[in-house]
Design a protein around this ligand. Structure first.
Ligand code: SF4
Ligand code: SF4
Length: 380
C-alpha cells in the first residue's frame, strides 16, 4: 500500500485508499441492516491490504454504519491500527449544544473515546451559515481541546465559490473532502477547488472516485476508448489512477461492496504513482470524459451563479441529478433523491414561476426555466 501525509499533520501517514463505510453489503437491500459477516470480511481484507483510513458518518446505513464500524474494529482488535473518520450531521444541528450531543452519541456508537478525523458533513453555502450561527467553530475547538476529536475538516457539496468561502472562513480546517473523478473535473469544488485547498495547506480527501460505482461499469463505447490505449486495464483502474495521480490528494475513499473489489482497488492504490500518467493515458481519459460530458442533458457546471432563485428552486442540484440519470441511468436512485430532497420540500423544478431572474446570471446561457420543465419530466 502507498501512504501519504496531510500538510498540516506531519508524521501521520494515511493509506492512499480509504475504506468508505457507506455502501456495505446489506440484508435484502435494507440499508439499515448491514450484512455483518460479509461486511466484516471487507474490513478484514482492507486491513490486510494496508488500508488504515476508515470513513463513516452519522447518516450512513440509517445510522448503523458507525455502530458497525465500532463493533468491527473491536472484534478484529484493530482500533489502534486505523484512523477513524466520521461526520457531524449539520442538518440536525440548530444550536451550540447540538454539536456536543451528536458528537457524544457518535463516540458511543463507535465505542470510542476519540475520533481521529471529524468532518462537518456535506457543507454548502447555507450550511456554512448554519455552522457559523450555531457556534460550530467553538464547538469543534472545544472537542479538539478535550481530546474527543483529533483533526477537523469538512466534506463538501456546492459550488466552487462556496468552497473557497468555507476554506477561507476558518483557519482551523486541517483537511477537506470533495467529490472528484475524471468526469467531474469542473463539478462542485473540482480540480480548481482541490488546488485552492491544497495551496492553503489543507489535505484533500477525494470521495466518489468511481462516481458511485458508475465509472467501474462503463458503457461499451467507453470500454472501446480505454481499449484504444493498447494494454488491458479495467475501467475502475483508469478512474482511480486519475485521482491518485494528483500529489495534492492524500487519500481517495471507495465504498467497496465486496472483498474482490477491495483487493482490486488496493492493488491500484499500491501501484499508482504521483504525476505518473503519461500524455497518451491523459488523452484516453480526456476522450472518455468527453464521451460522458457530450451525453449530459444540460451543460450546467453547478457553478451556482443562478442562485438564489426567488422561488427556492434548487437549479444546479436538479440539473446535476438530471445529467446523472441521463448519462449513467438511475442506478443510484437519483429520481427518488430528487423527490425526497427537493420536490417534497418545495424546491423542485415545478416551483419555477418562469420569472426569468436566473437567466442573465448563467454563464452557460442555459434556458433555465425551459430546461427545468424537461428535468421535471425526466426525474418524475
Ligand atoms: S425562472 Fe424559475 S428558476 Fe429561474 S429564478 Fe425564476 S423561478 Fe427561479
Ligand atoms: S444553471 Fe447556469 S448559473 Fe446555474 S449552476 Fe448551472 S451553469 Fe451555473
Amino acid at each position: 500500500m502507498q501512504y501519504r501525509t496531510f500538510p498540516k499533520i506531519p508524521g501521520l501517514k494515511v493509506s492512499a485508499l480509504g475504506l468508505g463505510m457507506m455502501r456495505l453489503p446489506t440484508v435484502e437491500g435494507d440499508q439499515g441492516r448491514i450484512d455483518e459477516e460479509r461486511a466484516l470480511d471487507i474490513v478484514r481484507a482492507a486491513l490486510d491490504a494496508g488500508v488504515n483510513y476508515i470513513d463513516t458518518a452519522w447518516s450512513y446505513h440509517n445510522g448503523e454504519s458507525e455502530r458497525f464500524t465500532g463493533r468491527a474494529l473491536r472484534s478484529l482488535g484493530a482500533r489502534e491500527k486505523v484512523y477513524v473518520a466520521t461526520k457531524a450531521p449539520i442538518w440536525h444541528i440548530d444550536k451550540r449544544g447540538d454539536w456536543d450531543r451528536y458528537l457524544d452519541e457518535q463516540l458511543e456508537r463507535l465505542q470510542d473515546a476519540h475520533i481521529d478525523f471529524y468532518l462537518v458533513h456535506a457543507l454548502s453555502a447555507p450550511r456554512w451559515e448554519t455552522f457559523l450561527r450555531t457556534g460550530g467553530i467553538e464547538a469543534l475547538q472545544a472537542a479538539k481541546a478535550d481530546g474527543r476529536i483529533k483533526h477537523v475538516g469538512f466534506s463538501f457539496h456546492d459550488s466552487l465559490s462556496a468552497f473557497k468561502t468555507i476554506v477561507d472562513g476558518w483557519d482551523g480546517w486541517e483537511f477537506c473532502q470533495v467529490q472528484y473523478n475524471y468526469v467531474d473535473e469542473d463539478y462542485q469544488a473540482g480540480a480548481e477547488g482541490i488546488e485552492y485547498a491544497s495551496a492553503k495547506g489543507l489535505g484533500v480527501i477525494v470521495m466518489e472516485p468511481l462516481r458511485g460505482g458508475a465509472l467501474a461499469k462503463v458503457p461499451d463505447e467507453v470500454k472501446a476508448i480505454f481499449a484504444s490505449w493498447g494494454k488491458p486495464r479495467m475501467a475502475a483502474e483508469w478512474a482511480l489512477r486519475h485521482v491518485l495521480d494528483r500529489q495534492d490528494v492524500v487519500t481517495t475513499l471507495s465504498g467497496m461492496g465486496s472483498v474482490d473489489q477491495l483487493w482490486e482497488n488496493a492493488a491500484v492504490a499500491s501501484a499508482a504513482g504521483m504525476n505518473a500518467i503519461t500524455a497518451g493515458e491523459r488523452a484516453v481519459l480526456d476522450c472518455a470524459r468527453a464521451w460522458f460530458l457530450e451525453r449530459m442533458a444540460v451543460p450546467c457546471t453547478t457553478c451556482g451563479y443562478c442562485k438564489p432563485c426567488p422561488s427556492g428552486v434548487a437549479i444546479p442540484e436538479i440539473f446535476e441529478l438530471w445529467n446523472t440519470v441521463t448519462v449513467f441511468g438511475d442506478r443510484t436512485g437519483r429520481s427518488s433523491w430528487y423527490k425526497s430532497a427537493y420536490a417534497s420540500k418545495g424546491n423542485g423544478a415545478d416551483a419555477c414561476t418562469e420569472c426569468g431572474a436566473c437567466l442573465p446570471k448563467c454563464p452557460q446561457g442555459i434556458a433555465i426555466p425551459d430546461r427545468l420543465r424537461e428535468a421535471l419530466l425526466a426525474l418524475t
